[in-house]
Design a protein around this ligand. Sequence first.
Ligand code: GLA
Length: 698
Amino acid sequence: MTDCTLTIAPGSLPGTPSWPWPTPGLSFGGDYSPEQWSEEVVREDLALMREAGVTLVTLGVFSWVVYEPREGTFDFGWLDRMLDLLHENGIRVDLATPTAAVPMWLHRLHPEILPQDGLGHPLAPGGRLGWCPSSPVYREYALRVVEQLAAHVAGHPAVAMWHVSNEFGGGNARCHCPVSAAHFRHWVQAKYGDIAAVSAVWGMAFWGNNYSSFEEIVTPGGSTAHNPGHLLDFERFSSEALFDHYQAEKLVLRRLTPEIPVTTNFMVGFGPDVVDYARWAPAMDILANDHYTYGPDPLRHEDIAFAGDRMRGLTGGAPWMLMENAAGAASWHSTNLAKKPGELIRSAIGHLARGSDSVMYFQWRASRSGTEQFHSAMLPHAGRDSRIFHDICRLGGHLDRLAEVRSSRVVGARVAFLHDNEAGWALRSGLKPINDPDYATTGRALHTALFDRRVTVDVVPAWADVSGYRLLIVPGLFLASDDTASAVTAFAEAGGTVLITWFSGIVDETNSVRIGGFPGAFRELLGAHSEEFYPLLGEERVALDNGWTAQRWSELVRVDGAAATAGGTASGDIGGDASGVEVVASYADGDVSGFPAVTRRTLPGGGVAWYLSADLEPASLDEFVGRLLAETGIEPTASASAGVEAVRRASATGSYLFLINHAGVEGWADATGVDLLTGTSHVGRVPLAAGAVAVIRE
Ligand code: GLA
């Protein structure tokens, strides 16, 4: 086994992909599992795929046992036939390595490859991802089947890309088996060198748990409280162990089929994600995401937008691939809501608007049996004569008409959001002032406020180059490295506007608190600091003196250099000083009444650094965002009626305005051009029926 260290340094992003896109136009299709069906059904599948306009399918995700029915006996007859059939029907193949699901014979031969939870219980065989990321035994078997598969299909014209395994970490992300524990010890030793350093960095002195040998280090499982630094390092290790497996498979594929791009399907959402996608991204030839909405969430469309904005942050702005989404209901929620009428199309256009060059589903045909027998599909159990299949065919037509959009880029983002998975992991590692912390909360609220105003945002890794943006938002970035702190400061010093929100910059990379006043990483930049957190209970609200209200969170903030007056005094005593800090709003009631809630510092070079110490309620946050946009001169992508999403993609040859009316009433957007979906020309204003979509070539 190779050493598990991320081989790609943070800082490098893939930029423009040099790999050929798998299909000539936008890719359309889904996971295809013909091994579950008869010849007759497969023949019908191909006819219906042609009818719908399918151009790409993901094949063989769980087919290890089909290729290797018994240990060491390989048979690719089924695959050959499927590849030929798909090729004859003009459908390209995103071929999976089948290593996500371990054959039962392998579980029987090597039960020790099952991952174990924190109490030492192994996962049961019979599902998927039943493998320990650190297991050399599993690795050997997995690489052997990948090698056989790649050698066998090399040169087949249908194979357009590789899909390594499936959703890394979706079941085996944190393994506590003895092999993983030994691997973790080795990882810690390689990282810190010396056992005293580990004790110091993890703060083991706190309960007198200092180590005397690396042999004493355990994976942080079981029923005790582990230190925040220890927990965070285990998250990093676990992500890297899985990444190492991805790299090992990729190496085999690259050697045998050097011309075929390799990827795996991410599960990028609000974060923190199960593995650290931003640090994995440079190793993907094409970046792909699986995205499922949650039926009862009224902001499902905004969820799609956030994930897309994050995907662009990972590609450096280049197009990415929507590898899976659902045509209707999922089946893992307590009640699985079907999509609303028209939502299938709106969701698809929403992903495309944010930079996807594909719309792919799990899965092509709904399975009769198996765990996910009630998960929706492009072709539902009801068959061809169904609302879903009708919408799928309509969507296929749309994608055909949108072919020229492929490889254009989303343009016009003047706002960058810093996002770091490690900040989310650090937040959930150890006890905190509020112990149901959600890294996504602040980010999502701010993103929603900007979404509602049709302002395009790029959600970028903490180390991305942000010099091209006007407004940099640091939302709840609990962990900030020294490099991040310096980069954010440099951005403001160069004239940019920065917003730091509550509970950002609290700890360093070791998950240790930065002392001397919160947020330690940004205190100097802000010219203000908070000395104590005042979380609010459930329904509790606190008023600000400008009419805004806050929920969940408030802080005792002081402007640096101002008198350290006790709380409850007038804001005049404690607000504003000579360093360019203005108190924009103060708390007007509660335990921190009179202390600053929102500060704004003007830097000598004209840059501005805001501190938002309170979790503002939506209406207040919206006003605050309005002020930020007005000050920075950031305009919406288009004028439109409430509830209309507007995003622009452009290439050297065209500019495309994507419009989606999420409101239940008729709306409009100001634009001039031809709607590629209908061929209708519009001058000045595009009418949008309730729930309608349009893509205007401007
Ligand atoms: C994930 C997996 C698929 C399937 C779908 C739907 O995205 O990759 O195999 O399980 O979810 O649940």
